[in-house]
Ligand binder design. Structure first.
Ligand code: URA
Length: 450
């Protein structure tokens, strides 16, 4: 049967007047975005109409499904993997190296994790950039190569191929220049369409709020989390979201190679407690959701076991070798207690910064830390910028620690001879010290949306 055909101006008028588009109209529009049947001005007009008039829940699910089907999807996966194909998405944090630990830990529990990840832009770092601190490692893989790595290892972390969700690429470029990025429905559709193209059984979303998050406001962030959970489930992927506090950095390290080093420690069960907590809580949800644990607690216990028995570290080693890392160097990187800095890029200088105050560490501003790390060269302002994998920040305190004036609270890893004054000034203001000890929460997970 010939597929339905519509006039694009009619669809624009319908949405402009606040009416819901039918599934056929949405599929037609998205298909024509990719086929070149929608002019850029028409796409901009549609995005603005959606921004102003919104989409119903049904429209958003249909729109996301149409985006997912606009190009290649991963798979088909082998039938025996059914119920085991899982992934996580984070809305972007500071010091967020969760994927590097979680993907191998899940693989060590028998899961298949076809993680398609992104690069850093602006204040948030990118998982792919962190991985590329490892000499020789490639983050590009064809569908066949992904299948091969997943069969052998169980996890891979790679970039988006050109033809995965091409409608999102076109729409994102136009959203960027038409003031329509900041819309919960469009953001949720964009994110979930890319995860849906992985053909997952279960998805956990790490939805951040707080100064270091893409969406600072907790209420708005929760709205985004709820929308993504609804779309994911609407497309048949078991989806939950954890709402996590992104006011303070995750773990102690910020910067590409520094975060790889911290991840390796965590893979051996020696990472910061709150970093491990987040890994286990996210992964516990996935094992439970996919039916591979009888509760989230049991899922967490299974994952913890892989951090203790070496299984997760072994999977990380296998994954990076499969993605091109030198096997001898991978062995050094993944051996508990070995000198990881003999194989990771190391900054020329490390300068300690001292506290100007005495009291208790109340907060460390994650946004400021990210901005400093970016200025040092660890991130990019424009997508064409080159990054320096070796530079970054190393926190020397935990929230709640007692601190005296003159104590070192952070170390700057840098390649320039001296730390620029603006970075020093920003860091001096990044730590908040108070006279009384703050209440320490056991986890940065504030809520679960299921
Ligand atoms: N990340 C995405 O992938 N899409 C958006 O629209 C925003 C953040």
């Amino acid at each position: 049967m010939a597929s339905a055909s519509f006039r694009i101006p009619d669809l624009l008028i319908k949405k402009r007047d606040g009416n819901a588009l039918s599934p056929e109209e949405i599929k037609y529009f998205v298909r024509e975005v990719v086929n070149g049947g929608v002019q850029e001005c028409q796409l901009g007009a549609m995005l603005m109409a959606v921004y102003l008039k919104g989409l119903t829940d049904e429209e958003i699910v249909c729109f996301t499904g149409a985006m997912k089907n606009s190009g290649d999807v991963l798979g088909p996966w082998p039938a025996e993997w059914e119920g085991k194909i899982v992934d996580k998405h984070s809305t972007g944090g500071v010091g967020d190296k969760i994927s590097l630990i979680l993907a191998p830990a899940l693989a060590a529990c028998g899961m298949k994790v076809p993680m398609v990840s992104g690069r850093g832009l602006g204040h948030t770092g990118g998982t792919l950039d962190k991985l590329e601190s490892i000499e020789g490692l490639s983050v590009s893989a064809s569908k066949d190569k992904m299948l091969q790595i997943l069969t052998k290892v169980g996890c891979c972390i790679v970039g988006q191929t050109d033809n995965l969700v091409p409608a999102d690429k076109k729409m994102y470029a136009i959203r960027d220049v038409t003031g329509t990025v900041d819309n919960i429905g469009l953001i949720a559709g964009s994110i979930i369409s890319k995860k849906a193209a992985e053909q997952l059984n279960a998805l956990v979303l790490d939805v951040k709020f707080g100064v270091g998050a893409m969406m600072v406001n907790e209420v708005k962030s929760r709205e985004l989390g709820k929308k993504m959970v609804d779309i994911g489930n609407g497309l048949g992927i078991k989806t939950v979201a954890l709402m996590t506090d992104m006011n303070n950095p995750i773990g102690k390290m910020i910067g590409n190679a520094l975060e790889v080093a911290e991840s390796v420690n965590c893979l051996h069960g020696n990472g910061p407690t709150e970093l491990e907590d987040l890994v286990l809580r996210l992964g516990g949800q996935l094992l439970f959701l996919s039916g591979n644990a009888s509760s989230t607690d049991e899922g967490q216990m299974k994952l913890k076991e892989t951090l203790i028995n070496g299984g997760a570290a072994r999977k990380f080693k296998e994954m990076i070798i499969a993605q091109g890392a030198n096997p001898e160097e991978a062995e050094v990187l993944c051996t508990n207690g070995a000198d990881v800095w003999s194989v990771l890029p190391k900054a020329k200088f490390v300068t300690p910064i001292k506290s100007k105050y005495s009291g208790f560490v109340f907060a460390v501003n994650s946004r400021t830390c990210a901005e400093c790390s970016l200025k040092l060269g660890a991130g990019r302002q424009a997508s064409s910028d080159k990054i320096n994998h070796s530079v970054g920040l190393e926190l020397c305190v935990d929230i709640g620690d007692s601190i005296k004036e003159g104590d070192v609270w952070i170390k700057v890893h840098h390649d320039c001879d001296v730390i620029p004054n603006d970075i020093r000034a920003l860091l001096n203001d990044a730590i908040e010290v108070q006279s009384s000890q703050p209440v320490i929460l056991p986890t940065r997970v504030k809520d679960i949306i299921s």
